[in-house]
Design a protein around this ligand. Sequence first.
Ligand code: SF4
Length: 344
Amino acid sequence: MCSSFEESKTMIRRRIKVVSVPYPIRKLVKQLEQNLVNTPPLLYWYKKKILRLIESSSWSHPQIVYLESTNDCNASCVFCPRRRMTRDIAYMSMDLYRKLIDECVAIDVDEVRLHTLGESLLDPYIVDKIVYAKSRHIPLVLLYTNGKLLDRQMSQQLIQSGLGALYISIDAFTNETYRRTGRNLDFNTVKQNIHTFCSIKEDLGRKTPILSLAYTVTDDNRHEVRRFQKYWRPFVDYINISGSIDFQENPVPRHEIKNRNNWPCYYPWNTMVVLSNGEVTLCCLDINGEVKLGSVATESLSQIWKGRRYRRVRESQLHSLVDGPPLCSVCSAKPLWSRFVPSA
Ligand code: SF4
């Protein structure tokens, strides 16, 4: 348990470092990056550094694999891109899931995430799925939930399943603001579920799952961030405050590429997303799975990862998105290598 806790903690810290860099530092990094983009020799050096990383064996397989348990959901949050999802509702079967976990073990995946779009706890096999992944020694298994189904029984099962980290999306401090997020969930139930989860974890003397609360900042809930942090800090391991992502709600891209010397995104070298219907897509921003990189029905994860379509996406990232997926060209969430591998 102890080493699993340490492993989980290290990975979560690494992730938090990527997604929750404080705003002043993000601003500074952004300025530096802009200057770098305008300085061709530095940019050239930077891309060479990335190429070296890609050639090293650590990038020969994905480190993180999303296995979307389901794209079904019991909420309808205003900021969630799922509102525009047109994919059929599907639940990943246990047989397919076992096959994929076995492949993840074979290629040394560090982390399996059981969500992409949708509420993972709706999956009747969710606990069995976690138990299976842990029985095959996947170092970190984590999932996101909106907390509605996190009752006493589910909390006990998750805590005992070997789950490494649990993210609960709550996004409000008061009932009034919670209602404005457009969910059809009861704020007090979710709040009580979080407290119940914490007390069961404490009673059982467990350090995992590491519990993070996720708060997506919008104009409606910005004013409650401080009170939220102050209230929840004593109960949970992490509070993850982040901005909402532009998922191309607007046909006019918010983030136009002005300089073709764009920064590569690390996702195609690091993260693989398998949707609940078995198709592999670009990243979790591809809500309808439009960029089809393969299907686990006909190929293995490794074959898809090393396949021609994945290689083309990586090449486009290294060559200023030329011939790349249109989604990358308008992406406002592109994670930058400089935040991910600062000392490489
Ligand atoms: S650039 Fe954006 S859309 Fe493209 S892979 Fe990265 S995160 Fe996904």
